[in-house]
Design a protein. Structure first.
Length: 841
């Protein structure tokens, strides 16, 4: 028994469970999307900040050559949170060609430095030390935390220290053969050769405080900012970068919020529109406009209390699931230690947007319902719009059958219904195109997965000996014969040269970058008196096994029969500038083009060159990504050739020929079961061969692979959520759109339209809605992708390309969704009595 008209709200929701559940699901998914996106952005930012602190340190400023008086002034600055002091001594001999660098830090410096402990703890007394793990293998006996070790100090005296902790290996230190050792020294007498580490308070403007520190420091002092950390917290010295990062986050969240609003609005709006006849009946028995409004608002409130808390809950759960998955992955990727950060602001924002959208979505159609005459609403005449007289009917009749012609006319007959349905389709396509483009843009900021990710060990020439053939054929064969080694790739030192190309080959954007960051006449040169553009070229020699691997990276041309004098070029390079970086070709070259090469390193001096002194190479193939990252120069034309090709180019330069040698080699293994055995064998080889060192790359390779996998999972998960929301939105909209025309479809059946014709008409309407929505959504998605591209290209410039693949996929998908969504209500309509449907009963 109903004692109050307000009870009708709950009764309707119960009696129409399917419609209610579908609407609530739309609300839950939409609120969950915005909650998860915002929460994940905060979580990732926090994770990247923590990773930056581990790799670069938690300090904001590092100052060298500073006096004790200046240190005291900086320390008493009200904006400085903490100040650490570190004194680094020259490396002292340890064993053979290995050295140890002693670093003395006070307690504050230990907290601010990037010392990543694998075992043990930081030093607490003057006789304790932390050193890197890789150097432990050179002690006579196995060393573990708590053992006493002997280390020579800067005065040449050997002292006993307790190993309090073991630090994570640093590749750069290991390649140079220098291990860092960290000791505690809380000495109040700070020397001028100290490095002062400054941490600024969280709430203060880092750049303003930096200026204050600059003013305190003397002219001989050097102040360096921790750029990576400042960039991640949005307080970089580059204002344009800060603005660009903010704009990227703002646009991404803005798009999600807009989509959320549209999805919720459509889900709730159509549930109200479907009940226009019921509102007419209520009005006819005396219900006022205000009471109708109260009914609708009450229903909205019920859905808010159910949908929004669940949406927020599932959004946070989704982030926890992602974090759990990432943390369980093998390898230490960028996101392998995620700690979910939940912000009250994000929860309130998500809830507020959801609630406001639902109330607006309920208010607008309810207000329209209150204005309609009860008799018109009861007869459902408000849903039938008399179209203006036009001649399209005769035209359509000549080319299409009645069912197809009717579908073409029906889709646009009711403007409001048309806009709502197409908008549902369009917003889905817009989301897909925009975020697929965003994922593609983001790829420009990450390293590519190459053959280097399969390298388990590297042996390198540490440069601490005059012996130029430290990595010789005897050593290579010795390594090759180790059980479990599957392949060895020799890496020759890269050759820095200069090349000459036609002026038209230098891209416009590269010349513009040169004018902004270097010199607008940077490339100006002459060969035999004719104008040419001089470019910096880096040559890398590949032997046969590396060339075979490189074949799958070739995008244009072929290297199946690479001859001497033929080369592979890497299409693009990165130009780093003061304000932004640029990704572009050093020179626009195609297969078959020739490049004049000098055997001397690039210089800005000489302007006129003699062609007789230059060598000529021909472009045989072009690749986008190098298979091996041993070539790591930016702002150059990266060129790969055979060993003979490189030798022929530098044969006239004795110094280049002298330095041309194998500097390191990459080792692939059959599987990880051989890891320990190979590691021990390489240690023996290192001990018996002067001038070399080796590095275990397994963990770093796993980290890179894990990062790529994490990004793929994140992208796929996000696309799945978008697809799910889009599917619910489209099905909800199209189904309701057709059910609201129950009376009209019954009338068509009554005048002779067959079930097959009705089916064809309705499904074709679904296809048309999908086509319209797909086209509009593709245009909107491309525009939003370009808007997103602008701030991203301000950080690292790259070319914008139309997202054709995403457009085609999304249009096809939305057409299929439109077709399937139209089939769903047909079964229900086919069971209804024609006369009852015409009567509206």
């Amino acid at each position: 028994m109903i004692n109050s008209y307000k009870a009708l709200s709950g009764k309707y929701l119960k009696d129409n469970k399917k419609r209610t559940i579908l609407t609530i699901i739309g609300i839950i998914l939409s609120v969950a999307l915005i909650t998860s996106i915002c929460t994940f952005i905060l979580t990732v930012q926090n994770s990247m900040i923590e990773n930056s602190k581990k790799s670069m340190g938690a300090f904001h400023l590092a100052i060298t050559n500073v006096s004790e008086d200046e240190i005291n002034k900086i320390q008493t600055n009200i904006n400085v949170n903490s100040l650490g002091v570190m004194i680094s001594k020259n490396a002292v001999p340890f064993i053979k060609d290995k050295n140890i660098e002693l670093n003395y830090l006070n307690e504050a410096a230990f907290k601010l430095m990037n010392i990543n402990l694998e075992e043990g703890q930081l030093p607490r007394s003057n006789n304790e030390v932390v050193i890197e793990r890789w150097i432990l293998r050179y002690f006579d006996e196995e060393v573990k935390v708590g053992d006493i070790i002997k280390i020579q100090d800067e005065d040449g005296d050997e002292k006993d220290y307790t190993l309090s902790g073991i630090a994570k290996d640093d590749w750069q230190n290991q390649s140079e053969g220098i291990s860092k050792a960290y000791l505690i020294k809380n000495d109040s007498n700070v020397k001028e050769d100290s490095t002062v580490l400054v941490e600024i308070k969280d709430e203060d403007d880092k750049q303003e405080v930096s200026k204050e520190v600059y003013n305190i420091a003397s002219s001989k002092s050097k102040v360096v900012q921790n750029k990576d950390l400042l960039r991640l917290i949005g307080e970089s010295s580059n204002a344009d970068m800060n603005k660009s990062l903010f704009m990227i986050v703002f646009i991404v969240i803005g798009i999600v919020v807009l989509a959320t609003v549209v999805v919720i609005y459509n889900a709730f709006h159509i549930s109200i529109a479907e009940r226009m006849k019921q509102f007419g009946l209520l009005r006819a028995i005396g219900t006022t406009k205000k009471q109708i409004m109260n009914l609708v608002i009450r229903e909205a409130s019920i859905m808010i209390f159910i949908g929004i808390p669940l949406g927020v809950f599932f959004g946070i759960v989704a982030v926890y699931c992602i974090a759990f998955t990432f943390n369980k992955m093998s390898g230490l990727g960028e996101f392998s230690n995620l700690k979910v950060v939940t912000s009250p602001f994000v929860l309130l924002l998500s809830s507020g947007i959801g609630a406001a959208t639902i109330y607006v979505s309920a208010y607008l159609p309810a207000r329209s319902a209150g204005k309609i005459s009860p008799l018109i609403a009861i007869s459902s005449q408000s849903l039938i719009k008399k179209e203006k007289r036009n001649r399209s009917g005769k035209f359509l009749g000549k080319f299409f059958k009645i069912d197809t012609a009717m579908a073409l006319k029906n889709v646009k007959r009711n403007k409001r219904r048309f806009y709502i349905t197409v908008l549902s389709m369009a917003i889905s396509v817009t989301l897909f195109v925009t975020f697929m483009s965003f994922a593609k843009f983001s790829d420009n900021f990450s390293e590519k997965v190459t053959e280097d990710n399969d390298i388990a060990f590297t042996i390198h020439d540490n440069g601490n000996t005059e012996k130029l053939d430290a990595i010789n054929n005897k050593l290579i064969e010795e390594v090759r014969n180790i059980s479990g080694v599957s392949e060895i790739y020799k890496h020759y030192n890269f050759i820095l040269t200069q090349g000459f190309v036609e002026n038209s080959a230098i891209p416009k954007e590269v010349r513009q970058w040169a004018a902004e960051n270097r010199d607008e006449d940077l490339f100006k040169s002459k060969v035999d008196g004719k104008d040419k553009s001089k470019i910096s070229v880096v040559f890398q020699a590949y032997e046969e096994n590396k060339l075979n691997v490189a074949k799958k990276y070739i995008k244009e041309g072929s290297i199946d029969n690479l001859k001497d004098g033929e080369v592979i070029i890497v299409r693009e390079t990165t130009f780093f500038g003061d304000k932004r970086s640029l990704i572009a070709p050093m020179a626009k070259l195609k297969v078959g083009d020739e490049i004049l090469i000098s055997d001397v390193e690039y210089s800005d001096g000489q302007e006129n060159f003699n062609s007789k002194e230059l060598k000529k190479v021909k472009v045989a193939a072009i690749m986008d990504v190098q298979p091996f990252s041993d070539l790591d120069y930016q702002g150059v034309l990266n060129v790969i050739g055979s060993k003979n090709t490189v030798k022929n180019i530098i044969e006239g330069n004795q110094q280049q020929m002298k330095n041309f040698r194998v500097t390191d080699m990459g080792i692939k293994i059959n599987d990880e079961s051989y890891l320990d055995k190979i590691d021990k064998s390489l240690k023996k080889i290192e001990n018996t061969n002067a001038g070399i060192g080796y590095y275990n790359k397994i963990e770093s390779a796993k980290s890179e692979k894990a990062y790529k996998l994490q990004m793929s999972i994140l992208l796929m998960g996000f696309i799945i959520v978008i697809t799910l929301i889009s599917a619910v939105n489209i099905v909800n909209t199209v189904t309701t759109n057709i059910l609201l025309r129950n009376k009209e479809i019954a009338a068509l059946k009554a005048i002779g339209m067959t079930r097959k014709q009705v089916r064809k008409m309705i499904t074709f309407e679904g296809v048309l809605f999908g086509l319209y929505g797909g086209i509009i959504g593709s245009v909107a998605g491309t525009i939003l992708a370009y808007i997103l591209y602008n701030p991203m290209s301000n950080i690292r410039d790259f070319k914008f390309t139309l997202p054709w693949n995403s457009i085609v996929i999304s249009i096809v998908a939305v057409i299929i969704m439109g077709y399937v969504s139209a089939l769903i209500p047909l079964r229900r309509l086919s069971k209804q009595n024609i006369i009852d449907s015409i009567r509206g009963e």
